[in-house]
Design a protein around this ligand. Structure first.
Ligand code: HSE
Length: 372
């Protein structure tokens, strides 16, 4: 039986992966083994079938024997272990949520509703490394697959509104702590009927007086935003902004690069990334055809009518959190001209942005091995 090792199943992305695998009854047809970087010998997670105790995630000889390894352990682990493991003779599939190997020629970035053709060609060509994409990129491509597939996109400018979860679990906790801090400062005045300007003075004072918990983000996020994500690049982009073009084009397997750029901004939603998109179309296509192309491309893309009630009910992080659907709304031709399309999209960063492409790639790899 095919043996699959899971590394990093306890963190945020790993937990969502296991949750999704349990929900989809994925733990069949292979032998799962769970690895740990710190608790070897302890009990593995309960997945409804017997599994051996946790194994040591630094035991390269043990890892090298697996047919498939799935890692949500993070980039530092991949950097530390991956090359040594291949040198040790590991010939199996490496499926990883971390960015470390994404841009290597020997890897494919997986988002199968969008690039199943690229994945299938790679499997046929003997590629063994399948890596989940950057969440913002994956969610943008899930939203616009119907347009990219028809080669209707000349370029995209994406202004993002990225959730705390994209930065990590500690960031989510700090965001809630910041909210609690502001709540503590305002709940009394709110109860006694303070005016909007009085409340604003209290909030602004809290944002600036150095008492808010900001160790993780480096600045207040609640009642504010942070227009900087990841490290600086030499050209003035942040690394998150740089990923937009390079990863999207790699996922799509484009011959000629489609320019994609924008400003990436952290906002105070918990786990949904949103994006305001300006899309330059290669030709003038009527809006009803665009709507049909987007919503019929795959089962998760959904067009929300460009109307207030539908937008408030269906096109917000509050509405989308925890769901697999990727709504696209505010669709309209811009005043800039008939080939300029405005759109807004929201997606759960931990699902299609992280765990789901990895979960589905495991199914695809298992199917591939069963045909051998
Ligand atoms: N880098 C993304 C973010 C999440 O900071 O929101 C991971 O793809």
């Amino acid at each position: 039986m095919v043996r699959v090792g899971f590394i990093g199943w306890r963190g945020m992305v790993g937990s969502v992966l296991i949750e999704r695998m349990l929900a989809e009854k994925d733990f069949t047809g292979f032998e799962p083994v769970f690895f740990t970087t710190s608790q070897a010998g302890q009990a593995a997670p309960r997945i409804g079938i017997p599994v051996p105790p946790l194994q040591d995630a630094h035991d390269l000889d043990a890892l090298a024997k697996f047919d498939i390894l799935v890692s949500c352990q993070g980039g530092d682990y991949t950097t530390e272990v991956y090359d040594k493991l291949r040198n040790r003779g590991f010939k199996g599939f490496w499926i990883d949520a971390a960015s470390t190997l994404r841009m290597r020629d020997s890897s494919v970035i997986v988002l199968d509703p969008v690039n199943r053709d690229v994945i299938d060609a790679a499997l046929a060509g003997g590629i063994k490394d399948y890596i989940g994409g950057n969440c913002t990129v994956s969610l943008m491509l899930m939203a616009l697959a119907g347009l990219f597939r028809r080669k209707l996109v000349e370029w995209v400018s994406s202004m993002t509104y990225q959730a705390a979860s994209g930065a990590g679990a500690k960031n989510m906790i700090e965001l809630v702590a910041q909210m609690a801090h502001l709540s503590a400062a305002t709940s009394g005045p709110l109860r006694s009927g303070a005016s909007a300007l009085e409340l604003d003075r209290i909030i602004t004072d809290q944002l600036r007086n150095g008492t808010m918990p900001t160790d993780i983000f480096g600045a207040p996020l609640a009642a504010s935003l942070i227009p900087w994500i990841d490290k600086p690049m030499e050209n003035g982009q942040t690394r998150e902004e740089w990923k937009g073009q390079v990863e999207a084009n790699k996922i799509l397997g484009t011959r000629q690069t489609i320019p994609i750029d924008g400003v990436c901004v952290r906002v105070s939603s918990m786990r949904c990334h949103s994006q305001g998109l300006t899309i330059k179309l290669t030709r003038d296509v009527p809006l009803d055809e665009i709507t049909a192309m987007i919503s019929s491309d795959h089962e998760w893309a959904k067009v929300v009518p460009n109307a207030k009630e539908a937008t408030l009910n269906e096109l917000t992080p509050a509405a989308v959190s925890g769901k697999l659907s990727v709504p696209v709304g505010r669709l309209r031709k811009m005043t800039l001209g008939p080939t300029y399309l405005a759109a807004f999209t929201v997606g759960d960063q931990l699902l299609w942005g992280a765990a789901e492409p990895v979960r589905r790639m495991l199914r695809i790899a298992l199917e591939h091995l069963s045909k051998d």
